[in-house]
Design a protein around this ligand. Sequence first.
Ligand SMILES: O=C(O)c1ccccc1NCC(=O)[C@H](O)[C@H](O)COP(=O)(O)O
Length: 196
Amino acid sequence: MFVKVCGLRTPETVDAAVEAGADAVGFVFAPGSVRLISADGAAPLVARVPDGVETVGVFRRQPIDEVLLLAREAGVGTIQLHGDEPEDHFARAAEAGFRTIRAISAARFTAAGHAGDERLLIDATVPGSGTTFSPADLPVPPTVDWLLAGGLRPDNVAGLIAAFGPSGVDVSSGVESAPGVKDPALIRAFLAAARA
Ligand SMILES: O=C(O)c1ccccc1NCC(=O)[C@H](O)[C@H](O)COP(=O)(O)O
């Protein structure tokens, strides 16, 4: 089970995620997010992530030139586009040497439209809102590897993995003590529950 912990903003919580065994850590560069971090702020956090743990920059409806600039400045290896971005944004990111994750809401998932993506993340309608969705909200069941996001918490992640059968999970609000404030103990509890 691939596990991504998203919206990190401090060295302590980056270390907690890495030490708990996260496969990927995310940094949110989407304007308006309570988890927003600058490229300058993220760079030293990215630098402390060991090889083998993926570093993901999260973007939403930003010009692709801005996305590439911020991703390079922060030093992340993966670009996650979270706002129905056009195909050429994914192509530009891949051409620039980044891995990509396409994040879409459950209601907008279509198997044919996304089968070729490097990675697919299916989320609730409002990203980072801590809202869950159910398998019935997916228009069709995914037949490709995908990451489940949306309202996952230490106490519900095992049940939602069983219900959906994703290849990985992504969490943000569910490991916070307040909006935008990650809690190392909740991060550890989430990793343990997702892997149990
Ligand atoms: O987290 C945000 O604030 C955010 C804002 C804008 C675009 C994307 C954002 N988050 C992306 C993620 O990958 C979140 O981890 C995902 O939406 C799940 O969030 P949550 O329901 O809070 O666990």
